[in-house]
Every structure is written in C-alpha cells, then in structure tokens.
Write a protein that binds this ligand. Structure first.
Ligand code: FCB
Length: 420
C-alpha cells in the first residue's frame, strides 16, 4: 500500500451536484405526470424542489459545492410550438439562477432530460423531425432570456438512455419495445437539434468577456461478456456497445458534428456484463447479493468499474480533443461506506486521467437529493441528502457521504489512503 498523499485538482475545478426537473421538482405536466413507478409511486410532488429550491441552494453551500447542474423543464415554459415563454415560470427559474450566482454556485443548465411538453409527445416526440424546429425555437427564447446568467449549457442528457429505454426497452414513456428504427430516428433528430441549438446558444448566449460552453451529456456504459470466451455474450456486448456508444457518439460528435460542441459531458456509472444473454446488474432484476457470488461489486443499479473512468476519459480525450465535465457520477446504496469507497476510487481514477493530460473541468455528483429514479421510483438512494418522503414537509438530512464530499469540494482534493 502506498503512503497517504494528497490528490489535488486543478485550480477553478467545478465541484457540483446534479438533479433533473422530473426527478426533484414536482408539479410538472409532462409524460411522467401519470406514470406509476415499480414501487407504486409517482413524481407529482417528488422533492418539491420547485418550491424548496432556496433551501436546497443553502444545502449546496453547506456542501461546499461551487456548481449545480439542473434542468429547465420545457413543458413549464411553452404551451404550444413557437409560443412565448411563460413569464411566471421563467421568473422562477431566473430567481433560482440568481440565488445560485449569489451563493457562488455556477449553473450548468440541461435543456432536455428525458421529458417533453405534452404537445411534443402528441405529435410523435423525437421520432418526428418537426420537433427539431420547435426545440431550437424554445432554446433560442430561453437562451436570450438567460443571457449573461448562464454560460454552461447541456443540450441533451443521455440521448442514448432516453432513446433506448423509451423505444427499445419500453421502460420510459411512450413505452415502445424493440423499435430500432425509432431509436435511430430519435438519436439522429436529437443530434441535428444539438447542432442547430449549439449555434443559437453560442450566438445568443454570448456576452463580452464570457465564453459560452455547450455540449451533450453522454452516458458511457462498458459492455462486456462475463466469460470472455462466450461468443454469444461477446456478440451481445458488442451489439450494445455499437448501438449505445459508437452509433450515438458518431451521430453527435462524428466528423463535422464535433464542431457543434465545445465540451463533452460524461455521465459515468460503471459497466454491464452479460452471462447467457442476461445483463448481470441489479437494475435488470438480479439481486446485489447474488451478483456478489459472481465476484461483482455493484451498487443498487449497475456494476462498479472505477478503472473504466480513466479508460473512457482517455478515449474521449484522444478521439475528440475537447474539454470534459463529469456531468454525473454517483452510487445508489444504503451503505454509506460503500458509497464513499466508490467515490474515492472514481475520483482517484479521474485524478489520474487529469495528471496524464486529460482536460477535465468539473465533477457533478448524482445526486444532491434522494429523488424519483424513473421506473424505480424512490427506492434508489443516490442523494447526498436524504429526503423523508413519508413526511409532508419533505425534510432533508445530510448523509455521511455529504460530509465527505463537502471536505473534497472545500479542499479541491482529498487525502488518498487506498491504493489507486
Ligand atoms: C442517469 C440519469 C439520471 C439518473 C441517474 C441515476 O442515467 O441521467 O437522471 O437517473 O442515471
């Protein structure tokens, strides 16, 4: 074991937390409003971040964070294609952003995070090319309204996950299964929308002396065969890698499209291994205990694979030569020691990549709060703060990991005691 030593991050590194409107805000009218999760719950109130954001910003300050990645919910702001923005809803988001800025917290705004206005869904959502123009119009209005306040923009969160779970696996609305054509169409339309929105954001979001940054957040999952000599599991893993990683990266960042991004957002959680065609992860129904018998280390969602953090950062850096933000990383578990170890291992790998020359500018922990984890409802505990959903006041309580993370954010690094 090596002697303890400090891992320091570059000056100006962003340390943040991340959330998404449907998962935390509550009081939203989109395709998730009528959705019932596997635990019987819904997102109609969620964490009530919609009303409690001033308190949540105070929590962010206590965590020592200097950045916050959150979504602006399109369905709140426009009631029809090309309509003016709703002034009251806009004012609420402006207040949220101004409070963040006053607290020294840099906002990163996500424009699309797994949800659309009802009038977009009614016309086929992202399978319909007409959605591109509607989205770009919305982005134009919003960026103009927030000029001078927001300089970090995420056009799409995990288009791969959205298109996969909504059109291949059927877990997200509109619950289509194995519609590979629709999957591809959604990705291609979003990629076109990203390129057009990026031009608008850079033109309209610019003020003197401030550079505007724009990129997508790509979920990166490693897909491997549990037994490397199993041809079928290797084939399954390769098909997933090809569809969700390669095809999606090419659509958004391939050839001339690379110019549409000034950074890459990377959401990194871990890997999926296949055994007899089955995905060996808790999220697909295999219990964590059983996976332990296979020698897998998992949170309540996927297999942890901290070595992958360095691998994917190096790959993206070499391929695209763009700055990278870790727009999401986190672990869902009731075991806080496990979550701390996971965080340290992943940050150690991240630090290693930075030392080797990869330009990483920030890290956003998923998530600030325990929240509505889509199909899984409130059962997956990703928060730095626990939320008591049985109490109508939805009180927040910091978990042990909150203290650990606050220490890292404040010191811009941590004491490395474990071997990397
Ligand atoms: C990511 C999503 C985010 C949350 C985390 C756990 O794929 O972007 O909304 O569900 O996973």
């Amino acid at each position: 074991m090596s002697a303890p030593h400090w891992l320091r991050f570059p000056a100006g590194f962003l340390w943040g937390t991340a959330t998404a409107p449907t998962q935390v805000e509550g009081h939203i009218e989109n395709e998730w409003t009528g959705f019932t999760a596997q635990d019987g719950s819904n997102c109609r109130v969620a964490c009530d971040h919609y009303h409690r954001y001033p308190e949540d910003i105070q929590w962010m300050q206590q965590l020592g964070t200097n950045a916050y990645r959150f979504g602006i919910e399109w369905s709140r702001l426009q009631s029809a294609p090309f309509a003016p923005l709703n002034p009251l809803e806009l004012a609420r988001y402006v207040d949220q952003i101004e409070r963040l800025l006053a607290a020294g917290i840099t906002p990163m705004v996500v424009l699309h995070h797994f949800s659309n206005p009802p009038w977009i869904n009614a016309t086929g959502g992202w399978t319909n090319p007409a959605t591109i123009a509607a989205y770009v119009d919305y982005v134009h209005r919003l960026v103009t309204a927030l000029r001078g306040k927001v300089f970090l923009w995420n056009t799409f969160n995990e288009p791969d996950t959205y298109a996969c779970v909504a059109y291949l696996l059927g877990g997200f609305p509109p619950h289509h299964k194995w519609q590979l054509g629709k999957f591809r169409r959604v990705i291609n339309h979003m990629a076109r929308a990203h390129a057009q929105a990026s031009r608008v954001i850079r033109r309209e979001g610019q003020v003197a002396g401030h550079k505007v940054e724009v990129g997508i957040a790509k979920n990166w999952t490693f897909f491997h065969a549990y037994k490397p000599y199993s041809p079928w599991d290797r084939l399954t893993a390769y098909a997933c890698h090809y569809t969700f990683n390669k095809f999606v990266l090419d659509a958004f960042l391939g050839r001339w499209r690379r110019r549409a991004s000034t950074f890459i957002g990377l959401n990194y959680y871990g890997r999926v291994r296949f055994h007899h065609f089955a995905a060996m992860i808790p999220a697909s129904g295999t219990p964590v205990r059983r996976l332990r018998d296979f020698g897998f280390v998992c949170d309540d969602m996927v297999e942890r694979y901290p070595e992958g953090m360095g691998k994917i950062l190096t790959y993206l850096h070499r391929k695209f030569r763009l700055p990278i933000y870790i727009t999401e990383h986190g672990a869902a578990s009731h075991d806080e020691n496990f979550r701390e170890l996971d965080l340290r291992k992943n940050l150690t790998a991240l630090h290693g990549a930075i030392s080797a020359g990869v330009d990483v500018r920030g890290f956003f922990y998923w998530s600030l709060l325990d929240n509505f984890e889509w199909q899984f409802g409130y059962t997956k505990k990703f928060g730095l703060l626990a939320v008591d959903f049985s109490d109508a006041k939805l009180p927040r309580t910091p978990k042990p990991l909150a203290k650990v993370y606050a220490g890292i954010c404040r010191k811009n690094g941590f004491l490395q005691t474990e071997p990397g």
